[in-house]
Design a binder for this molecule. Structure first.
Ligand code: C2E
Ligand code: MG
Ligand code: MG
Length: 685
């Protein structure tokens, strides 16, 4: 090869080598790039794998904690710390859903986290006081659409109130996460980040899942609260029940005791004759009455609360509860409690007064109220409750619509009453009752017309107990129905015995039997009467029934029906203790009776020197207008007898004529009167 050719060939080779070098270099570069890309890919994959694992672990930790927790607050605190630490996020804050459906809010609840609490103090302080309404920025945005939000450039974000403090910490973005129960937002988590990069969708998805996990604990707590609510409130009225009431009483007691202060005051309310409403009008009507009563009491208590808060900086606490049945309690705690409890008790009587319409029946309700104040001598709250109850019983035994404030002597009375109730049961078993008969006299002829049968109790010891001492206990305990049945049967038997010994039809006498309201309104009362009449073969015209107004007050329609039935059978019916009830006149027009008995309190105290017959005169006029006979009770003097006769009163009974007597004496009296009357009319010669 020639030199030039060689040179050319050499030059070509050189070019090729250079080219190859370039090619190789390119190849290397490509390979390096590919390797680097592969390495980067591998690294990123590893990192993702790592992150994925961290996230899974984070979710597991929070889910585990959620499984074991009943306390959303503790779980929230745990969750935000774990999330911040797992992601390297510096600050987090928690808000709870507040407000109403129409005015929803998110309110910071004081649960927050900061990697450097000292540095983040200012920002945290603002965050812990934050209230957010629905708006376009987080966290208020969650109220509009509860999904996780990422917000960037928060330092320049419009409407972000903590921008300046965020800038001082170099916080650049935030993530808001909803905590949900189903579709309901219950809380919001806020995280603040240094990064400006948009978080991966997986991160937001993970946070959303954490929100759901925390929501489970909120749900659990809510269920628990609902259960507690059901356990602590009265099913019918929605008022706090006995458990809730005693819980609160115990709390107040513990608080007062710690400070060496006396405990609260207690008002114990029991409806008068509620059992009658239930028995006669049915349980539904009873429930309606309790609901109406609850409304009235609630309104009344609210008025007192408003008045209290207008007067006092720290108003007394007033808690109304239903203890069960027809028993309600009011707890009053605070400096003004004694006066306030007494005032409330008085106001209750007035607030119960307007009539109630139940199933077209107009009824009146009244209550017996006991009040007990702690003056520091009670060692346990149950003692206060017990004494208010004792005072209530005392009020009940004194009659309708009363308030009694507890004093220590009542405890003895209450124990005696309990003992008497037990003794009464034994007395029924042991047949310890007997009847006396008080003659009823025609005025002014002084002829004997009948007898009132009056029950007495002879204890095994021989002691005689008068009805005023045991009838109220018998009424309260329900034993009156058994005793009353015995009285009616015994009186009818006695009437039969008298008839056997008497000259036939020489004296048209009747026996008058007292029937308590609860006995009268028993569903089988009429059946009982008919059975007794048939058993004793007594002519119904020889028997009179003395009913009191309380029957008519509780159930006018039922009372009228029963009275009519008795009269149809030929019995006499009379309204006893007239003038002592609180609505005598209004009920008189609806009670089909033959006679009224003017209560002895209007007669007994009248003396020639000091007389006031106005009421009796008015009753006489009324009776005349209604064609009713009048019997005056408690005639103790000739003056009273004469004056009553002058006023037109047809009949009377009282110590002036005769005291109640045994059957044998009554028999003797009948025979004596019969013979005297026969002599007078010339039958005996
Ligand atoms: P009541 O039905 O008004 O009976 C009249 C009461 O007045 C009787 O009292 C009688 O002894 C008394 N009394 C009669 N005349 C005079 C008088 O001139 N002066 C005075 N100070 N008192 C006189 P008693 O027997 O103690 O009965 C009291 C109440 O007990 C009766 O009042 C009645 O409400 C009740 N009661 C008596 N027996 C029965 C009964 O069998 N069933 C029922 N449910 N209640 C009865
Ligand atoms: Mg009577
Ligand atoms: Mg009477």
């Amino acid at each position: 090869m020639s030199a030039p050719d060689k040179a050319k060939a050499f030059a070509r080779k050189k070019v090729t080598a250079a080219q190859r070098i370039i090619t190789l270099e390119n190849k290397f570069a490509r390979e390096r790039k590919a390797r680097m890309e592969a390495e980067m890919l591998a690294e990123r994959g590893l990192r993702d794998l790592f992150l994925q694992r961290t996230n899974v672990e984070l979710l597991n930790r929070i889910a585990d904690a959620a499984n074991e927790s009943n306390d959303p607050d503790a779980l929230l605190a745990f969750a935000i710390r774990e999330i911040c630490q797992a992601n390297g996020w510096p600050v987090a804050n928690v808000l709870l859903r507040a407000g109403t459906a129409n005015d929803p809010r998110l309110e910071a609840c004081g649960i927050s986290f900061a990697q450097s609490p000292d540095q983040a103090f200012g920002f945290m302080e603002l965050s812990r006081r934050l209230i957010a309404w629905p708006c376009v920025t987080s966290p208020g945005k969650l109220l509009i659409n509860p999904v996780p939000y990422w917000s960037h450039d928060i330092q320049d974000m419009r409407g972000f109130s903590r921008a300046r403090e965020a800038a001082s910490l170099n916080l650049r973005s935030s993530i808001a996460v909803p905590v949900m129960i189903g579709h309901e937002l219950v809380a919001a988590l806020e995280f603040f980040l240094f990064e400006t990069n948009q978080p991966k969708p997986e991160t937001l998805q993970l946070l959303s899942q954490i929100g759901t996990q925390i929501g489970r604990v909120f749900k659990r707590k809510r269920n628990h609260q609902q259960l507690m609510q059901t356990a602590l409130s009265d099913g019918l009225t929605g008022l706090p029940n006995r458990t809730a009431f005693t819980n609160r009483l115990n709390e107040i007691y513990a608080y007062r005791r710690e400070r060496g202060e006396p405990g609260p005051s207690l008002v114990f309310i029991d409806l008068d004759g509620f059992k009658l409403v239930n028995d006669t009008l049915g349980h539904q009507a009873g429930d309606m009455l309790l609901l109406e009563l609850t409304n009235r009491l609630t309104r009344l208590i609210e008025e007192f609360r408003v008045a209290e808060s207008a007067m006092l900086e720290v108003p007394d606490e007033i808690v109304l509860a239903r203890m069960g049945g027809d028993e309600f309690t009011i707890l009053v705690d605070g400096p003004d409690r004694v006066a306030l409890a007494n005032e409330i008790a008085e106001a209750i009587h007035k607030c119960l007064l307007p009539t109630y319409i139940l199933d077209n029946n107009e009824i009146t309700a009244a209550a017996s109220i006991g009040v007990a104040h702690d003056d520091g001598h009670y060692s346990a709250p149950e003692e206060l409750l017990r004494d208010a109850d004792v005072a209530m019983y005392e009020a009940k035994s004194k009659g309708h619509s009363r308030t009694i404030i507890f004093d220590q002597n009542m405890r003895t009375t209450a124990l005696e009453r309990l003992k008497m109730e037990a003794d009464l049961r034994q007395a029924i078993e042991g047949n310890e009752f007997f009847l006396q008969y008080q003659p009823i006299i025609a005025l002014p002829s002084k002829n004997l017309v009948g007898f009132e049968a009056l029950v007495r109790w002879r204890r095994a010891s021989g002691e005689i107990i008068q009805p005023n001492s045991f009838i109220p206990v018998a009424e309260q305990s329900g034993l009156i129905t058994v005793i009353g049945h015995w009285v009616l049967r015994e009186a009818c038997r006695a009437a039969g015995r008298v008839r056997k010994h008497m000259p036939s039809d020489s004296l048209p006498l009747y026996v008058s039997v007292n029937v308590a309201a609860s006995q009268f309104l028993q569903p089988n009362f009429l059946d009982q009467v008919r059975a007794i009449l048939m058993e004793t073969c007594v002519d119904p015209r020889w028997v009179s029934i003395e009913a009191t107004e309380s029957a008519a007050i509780m159930s006018p329609a039922k009372t009228a029906f029963a009275l009519n039935q008795l009269r149809e059978w030929g019995m006499r019916v009379c309204l006893d203790d007239f003038g002592t009830g609180y609505s005598s006149l209004s009920h008189l027009s609806t009670m089909p009776v033959d006679a009224i008995k003017i209560d002895q309190s209007f007669i007994r105290h009248q003396t020639k020197k000091n007389a006031d017959w106005n009421i009796v005169a008015a009753v006489m006029q009324l009776a005349k207008a209604m064609h009713l006979n009048v019997i005056a009770e408690g005639i103790e003097s000739a003056y009273q007898s004469t004056y009553l006769a002058k006023l037109g009163c047809g009949f009377g009974q009282g110590y002036h004529f005769f005291r109640p007597m045994d059957e044998a004496d009554a028999m003797a009296l009948i025979l004596q009167k019969a013979s005297a009357q026969q002599k007078k009319s010339g039958h005996f010669t």
